[in-house]
Design a protein around this ligand. Structure first.
Ligand SMILES: Cc1cc2nc3c(=O)[nH]c(=O)nc-3n(C[C@H](O)[C@H](O)[C@H](O)COP(=O)(O)O)c2cc1C
Length: 336
């Protein structure tokens, strides 16, 4: 086929990913929690919004450049943290930072990236952002934050909406959590049907460890090991007080990611957050919560004049319009 091959929208990239990835990996990215009600809302609530259409303005010189957490960017877009990106494409985090640098927008490295922060720093042309999941071993957290600072990261994105891993039925259906022969055969079959992935990631994309916590999780980590590690190690006792502790270590900016309520946004400001990300974790955590776009006005009304407000959600549903939400009365930037 010589037509319909060049991806034009995120829906097209989704179609290509569906063809390229083993089913359990595609569904891991594509899916949401439980009945995926919030996943659908993240997109449909956006779709209800109409744009203003003023005419006869001089638009010959349009500049989308802005400042995001104190850094200049070509447009109000940030690459959000994606755990395990190196399982989807060879050394995915390195490819991500290079792409972000090319178009001059910030890149956020996940705590649970495949590539460690030092490897990403070697590929990066400028400082990138670092995302933190708090684990019980505070020494390990401190060591990781120090490595991120040494690698030049100045902005920390502290994710607070994952006290326990969300329940994602697609993962169960794909046999991800079956530790028996049946599970191994199911996953093996899904891998065998994607020889391109086997060559690109399986063979050439090693090591497949959780780069930043390689000493805590063993090499050859699979999604099952990942979930087990999350269940055993993520610290679900964390409260607002722990942000003070993070502050004692992290010398740069701190953004709190995973805020949906105006009241929580106010608490984030009270503990000195430099910004907040209105996010429901791409509807991957708690199903039946609101879409992010629906909550944005409430959050901006609560803290928009006190801190920087970012928002994500809906891109995996095919949302392509980059909405600048200034109409809600305060600057708001999108993470994708
Ligand atoms: C495969 C995948 C992995 C993710 N891993 C992380 C992560 O490690 N840390 C984090 O804070 N958010 C993570 N997220 C959530 C994203 O940062 C972001 O909040 C979400 O994808 C936004 O929703 P959207 O993709 O529907 O636009 C992940 C999302 C996906 C799809």
């Amino acid at each position: 086929m010589t037509y319909n091959v060049v991806p034009a929208t995120s829906r097209d990239y989704r179609r290509l990913a569906d063809k390229a990835l083993p089913r359990f990996l595609f569904d891991y990215i594509d899916g949401g929690a439980n009945d995926e009600l919030t996943l659908a809302r993240n997109v449909s609530d956006f779709a209800r919004i109409t744009l203003k259409h003023n005419v006869l303005r001089d638009v010959s010189r349009i500049d989308t450049a802005t400042t995001l957490a104190g850094e200049r960017a070509a447009m109000p877009v940030i690459l959000a943290p994606v755990g395990l990106a190196g399982m989807f494409k060879r050394r995915g985090e390195v490819q991500g930072v290079r792409a972000a640098n090319r178009v001059d927008v910030p890149f956020t490295l996940s705590t649970v990236g495949i590539c460690p922060v030092d490897e990403v720093a070697r590929a990066a042309e400028k400082p990138f952002w670092f995302q933190l999941y708090m684990v019980k071993d505070r020494k390990a957290v401190q060591g990781l934050l120090e490595r991120a600072m040494a690698a030049g990261c100045q902005t920390l994105v502290f994710t607070v909406d994952l006290p326990v891993a969300g329940m994602r039925h697609r993962d169960t259906r794909n046999g991800l959590f079956e530790k028996n022969l049946r599970g191994a055969l199911m996953r093996g079959w899904q891998v065998m049907t994607r020889p391109g992935w086997v060559y690109d990631v399986g063979m050439r994309g090693k090591p497949h460890a959780f780069g930043n916590y390689a000493d805590l999780v063993s090499e050859g980590a699979d999604l099952n090991a990942y979930k087990e590690w999350v269940d055993n190690n993520y610290d679900n006792t964390v409260t607002w007080k722990d942000i003070e502790w993070v502050r004692t270590i992290w010398k740069g900016r701190i953004l709190i990611k995973g805020i949906l309520e105006g009241r929580d946004a106010q608490s984030a400001v009270d503990v000195g957050a430099d910004g907040i990300v209105v996010s429901n974790h791409g509807a991957r955590q708690l199903d039946s919560v609101s879409s992010t776009i629906r909550k944005l006005p409430e959050v901006v009304a609560a803290v928009g004049d006190k801190t920087e407000v970012f928002m994500d959600g809906g891109v995996r549903g095919g949302l392509d319009v980059l909405q600048d939400s200034c109409k809600f009365g305060a600057p708001c930037h999108r993470t994708v």
